[in-house]
Design a protein around this ligand. Structure first.
Ligand SMILES: [Zn+2]
Length: 204
C-alpha cells in the first residue's frame, strides 16, 4: 500500500479485484505508457467509490445519514457531495441532488453529458429523476435499496422506457463496505437513543 492511500478511509485490498495505487505513475490517473506505447487509465470504479465513501463518512461525522457521492468526467473527480438534510433542514439535500446542482458551475452547462456519478447508496426517485433530466451518463452505486431505490431495484427511473434519456447503471459496487457504514451509523443512533432514554451517561 503506498503512502498515497493514507488519506483514504477504505484502502484498496490487494488482489485481482482491488485497485492498487502505483506510486510510480505520477498523479495516478494514467500510466506512463512505457509498456504498451500509450496512456491507459489506472483508476477503476473502486477508486471513485472509495472517494464517495469518504464523502459518506463526512456525512456520518456530522450526524447525517451517511450517503456520499462524487462526479467523474474523463477520469477526474470534478465534484463531491454528501447528504446534508439535517444541516440544511432540507429534504432535497441528498448527496446526488446537491452534486448535480453544483455541476453546472464546474462544466458551464446543465447538460451533464459524459459525467458519471458514484454514490454509496442507490438513488431515490428524486435523485434518479435529476440524473435523467441532467443527462448523467452512468451511475455507479453501492448499497441497493429494496424499498425506495429508483435505479432498478424498487423503481426503474434511470431506465424507464420513453424517458428522454436513460442513465446507464452499475449496481452493488463495494456494496458490503457501503452497507457496513450505513449499519454502523444506525447502530450508533439507536445506542445513543437508548442511553438517552435510560439516563445512562458513560464514564469519560
Ligand atoms: Zn435522493
Amino acid at each position: 500500500m503506498s503512502s498515497d492511500d493514507s488519506d483514504l478511509l477504505f484502502p484498496a485490498p490487494a488482489g485481482p479485484d482491488g485497485f492498487e495505487f502505483d506510486p510510480g505513475s505520477g498523479d495516478g490517473l494514467f500510466g506512463d505508457g512505457a509498456d504498451d506505447g500509450g496512456l491507459k487509465p489506472l483508476l477503476g470504479d473502486d477508486y471513485y467509490m472509495r472517494a464517495a465513501l469518504k464523502c459518506a463518512q463526512q456525512a456520518a461525522d456530522a450526524g447525517e445519514v451517511p450517503v456520499g457521492a462524487v462526479a467523474v468526467k474523463d477520469g477526474l473527480i470534478i465534484a463531491r457531495s454528501w447528504n446534508q438534510v439535517e444541516l440544511l433542514k432540507d429534504a432535497t439535500a441528498h448527496a446526488e441532488l446537491m452534486l448535480i446542482a453544483s455541476l453546472p458551475q464546474v462544466v458551464g452547462d446543465w447538460r451533464l453529458d459524459g459525467i458519471d456519478i458514484y454514490v454509496t447508496k442507490e438513488p431515490c426517485a428524486m435523485c434518479a429523476g435529476a440524473m435523467v433530466n441532467s443527462r448523467i451518463r452512468r451511475v455507479v452505486y453501492g448499497m441497493r435499496d429494496p424499498r425506495c431505490g429508483a435505479a432498478g431495484t424498487a423503481l426503474d427511473v434511470t431506465g424507464f422506457p420513453g424517458m428522454l434519456h436513460n442513465v446507464e447503471v452499475t449496481a452493488g459496487l463495494m456494496e458490503e463496505e457501503c452497507k457496513a457504514m450505513f449499519q454502523e451509523f444506525f447502530r450508533t443512533v439507536r445506542a445513543n437513543a437508548r442511553k438517552k432514554k435510560s439516563g445512562f451517561t458513560p464514564p469519560a
